[in-house]
Design a protein around this ligand. Structure first.
Ligand code: NDP
Length: 299
């Protein structure tokens, strides 16, 4: 059986259409234009590419879009002071500080200094705590797990009762909130990590297998239960000499071609979870703008 590819690009496009419509309605009804600020420090090319994609998407949604590009030698105090300025700017409803920051800067105090209601990346402890306590509507859910969850629900519906989910990876950024979202949807959840004994056996138990490790093509076909839904969060750049000398390409944490033979649904890399992350950032920003304007947040 060849698995059905779960097309994150297409599903993200439908999320973006809904965001655009709800931003336009908010502006028409209240005069409030949804505003997003993105902050990037240093010259990391991958980070600049992500920030560029976020800015373009914000513009496509007709948001006010502001980008602050800070020099590599920016100090912790300078970055903190910029966040303070953005916190009090009434025209901005979302603030995103692109991670990772250069090594001389500490990201956690910066993330925790963003007002929780403007923390559209969903990384502030207040927002993480709301997800952990099952309050999914009161805060802002971290974008990548929120996007991965949309893909899971696209395949299985909103209620995952009776399904076993295995999340490989336990980071605060992804693995933990993903597990909590699956739990909130009634899945029976296992979190696996580098100390898990016999990972392939744990994975073979999964009706929904989510890989967020950062190891190219680690998940093999014989780790996948026949018919399972496989969500590949990993983004790994590997050498691709077949495309020419010095060329590289992106792959996920899942060996796509062979796992697609076994799975019932599988996300590609690129074109799976990645586009959903950006779409959910836009969705969080328009939710934050609605709340600020005293309007019910779009679902
Ligand atoms: P982290 O490095 O923070 O976490 C990786 C996790 O994988 C850890 O919990 C680690 O376990 C576990 N792990 C490492 N090696 C193994 C192994 N051999 N077997 C089992 N588990 C292992 O990464 P992130 O969660 O931030 O990101 C994971 C991947 O997702 C990366 O490829 C990243 O690029 C990608 N990503 C993609 C996004 C998107 O938009 N699509 C957004 C965010 C991330 P332990 O805790 O024991 O060390």
């Amino acid at each position: 059986m060849v698995a059905k590819k779960i097309d994150g690009k297409q599903i993200a496009a439908s999320v973006i259409r809904a965001v655009k419509a709800s931003a336009a309605a908010l502006e028409r009804d209240t005069g409030v234009k949804t505003g997003l600020a993105v902050v990037i420090v240093g010259n990391d090319p991958a980070s600049h590419a992500y920030v560029g994609a976020k800015r373009r998407m914000a513009e496509e949604c007709a948001f006010k879009s502001v980008q602050h590009t800070l020099a590599m030698e920016t100090t912790q105090e300078e970055l903190a002071s910029l966040v303070e300025t953005l916190n009090v700017d009434e025209s901005l409803h979302g603030i995103l500080v692109q991670l990772p920051l250069p090594n001389h800067l500490s990201s956690d105090p910066i993330i925790q200094s963003i007002l929780p209601e403007k923390d559209v990346d969903g990384l502030h402890v207040v927002n993480a705590g709301k997800v952990a306590t099952g309050d999914l509507d009161g805060g802002l859910v971290s974008c990548t797990p929120a996007g991965a969850m949309v893909l899971v629900k696209h395949k299985h519906g909103n209620d995952l009762s009776g399904l076993n989910a295995v999340v490989v990876g336990r980071s605060n950024l992804f693995g933990k909130p993903m597990a909590q979202l699956l739990l909130a949807a009634n899945a029976t959840v296992t979190i696996a990590h580098s100390r898990t004994k016999d990972l392939p056996v744990a994975c073979r138990n999964a009706d929904i297998l989510v890989a967020a490790v950062g190891r190219a093509e680690m998940v093999r076909a014989d780790w996948v239960k026949p018919g399972a839904t496989v969500i590949d969060v990993g983004i790994n750049r590997i050498a691709a000499p077949e495309n020419g000398e010095g060329k590289s390409r992106l792959v996920g944490d899942v060996a796509f071609a062979e796992c697609a033979e076994v799975a019932g649904g599988i996300t590609p890399v690129p074109g799976g979870v990645g586009p959903m992350t950006i779409a959910m950032l836009m969705a969080n920003t328009v939710v934050a703008a609605h709340r600020k304007a005293g309007k019910p947040a779009p679902k």
